[in-house]
Write a protein that binds this ligand. Structure first.
Ligand SMILES: [Zn+2]
Ligand SMILES: [Zn+2]
Length: 290
């Protein structure tokens, strides 16, 4: 049979690099996630457990990092005929520390790293506060941590994000505007205010200058927390203008959500102007058609 040499632009791949399992705050063991990914027809599944944080229960334990990676490697071997499985990590950037907080496991070889900010440093509280937690914690952070000045908190979050991109090395930025996660309930942020998009643009300029891809994350919308993807559509359009590549992920903590919102993510990416998204396989990161 004659082959015409299929262009990689014709290639389609089902991938997700932002997934959690029970090594951190996900509900399922890694093998269940793998089996579900195979059932759902994935070509590549990347595990991205939360990086260890001193004194926190929800991320990966520092002394379990090697076991985590080995478990993923064993599954990769066991299911190599069905799916490509990668061992990654979602690294938390903590602004009060000069570097990532727990480093003693960092000699472990990972396939990729997501850079995310979940916490900001509140001078008033004298501690970190999460912007990715329950509503009551967000209310406390705004009221007690920022004296009711939500704009200051939002600006702090984006300054922290920009610092992460400047300072650290990773493969793509996770859920850029996760700060809006509880906005639907609390209503502390009007995303249409000019100052807001201007602030976000300063971060996008850093991301663009550093050449780091950005995630289109479906986790907020399919769980009902947000009315738009991370990032919101006006931000995604600004990303496209700056030539920032995108990676689509669902941030699933339950394997049933491995591909939740993917059709919407592709639709929104195309609407913003994108024709390609980034995938990682044995040959490294590359762009393929959306
Ligand atoms: Zn995250
Ligand atoms: Zn995540």
């Amino acid at each position: 049979m004659a082959t015409t040499g299929q262009s990689f632009y014709d290639e389609t791949m089902k991938t997700n690099y932002h997934t959690h399992c029970n090594f951190c705050d996900g509900i399922a063991d890694p093998e269940t996630v793998v089996k579900t990914a195979i059932e759902k027809g994935f070509d590549v599944l990347g595990f991205s457990s939360h990086s260890p944080l001193e004194g926190e229960e929800w991320p990966l334990k520092a002394d379990e990092v090697e076991l985590y990676v080995q478990t993923i490697r064993d599954l990769a071997l066991k299911y190599r005929d069905d799916i490509l499985i990668l061992a990654g990590m979602e690294k938390d950037f903590i602004v009060s520390e000069p570097v990532w907080p727990v480093r003693r496991w960092e000699s472990v070889q990972l396939d990729y790293v997501i850079g995310s900010v979940h916490m900001v440093w509140s001078e008033k509280l004298g501690r970190l506060g999460t912007v990715d937690g329950p509503v009551d914690e967000m209310v406390e952070l705004i009221e007690k941590g920022y004296g009711g000045n939500a704009r200051r908190l939002v600006e702090d979050y984006y300054d922290t994000l920009a610092l992460m991109v400047e300072r650290e090395t990773f493969d793509f930025v996770g859920h850029l505007d996760v700060i809006k996660k509880r906005n639907k309930v609390i209503g502390f942020l009007d995303e249409s205010q000019p100052w807001y998009l201007e602030k976000v643009k300063t971060v996008l300029d850093v991301i663009s200058r550093k050449g780091v891809p950005l995630e289109i994350n479906t986790g907020g919308i399919f769980r009902g927390a947000t009315d738009d993807l991370y990032p919101s559509q006006p931000i995604l359009k600004e990303c496209f203008k700056r030539g920032i590549p995108v990676v689509i992920g669902s941030d699933s903590h339950d394997p049933n959500h491995l591909d939740s919102g993917f059709d919407l993510a592709r639709e929104k990416a195309k609407e913003a102007g994108y024709r390609e998204h980034m995938v990682l396989d044995r040959s490294g990161w590359r762009s393929i058609k959306i």
